[in-house]
Design a protein around this ligand. Sequence first.
Ligand SMILES: [Fe+2]
Ligand SMILES: [Fe+2]
Length: 162
Amino acid sequence: MKATVLQAVQAQIQAELESAYLYFALGLVCRDRGLPGIAHWLTVQHDEEREHAMKFIEHAHARGQSVRLEDIRIKRVEWNTVGELFRAVLEHEQYISGRIHALYELAHQEKDYPILPLLEWFIMEQVEEEETVRTILDKIAMVGESGSSLYLLDQELGKRSA
Ligand SMILES: [Fe+2]
Ligand SMILES: [Fe+2]
């Protein structure tokens, strides 16, 4: 694996772990604000992001590369309404999609063919993740987020399976 690709993979592992930490942190805030279902949804999201990091780590290891972790740095997400929270999640996922696309482009340039199928999986995974969050935002736009609407949304998101 070329140094440029390895470096980009390392940076992506970091980004996935930072995503995991971000969702974990947001989940704790939801718990405090009396939204256990959304907290659960975010915790499952945290688990998925950790798995994403593992996929890249396993790929690097399979190719004889070692990976070193850096400090976790997450941005502060300020939100008052659940709509704001999920808009921030969507923005974050769009940012991650952009990173995956850039990594895919780099892998092509560097003719790193073995990593392409993995990155193609990630490209589609990002389409799915963005769609999931957009669907939640559509629901919020449709029914609002006060009183029973928020209660039902929290119940529904609490059913997310691992
Ligand atoms: Fe991810
Ligand atoms: Fe994600």
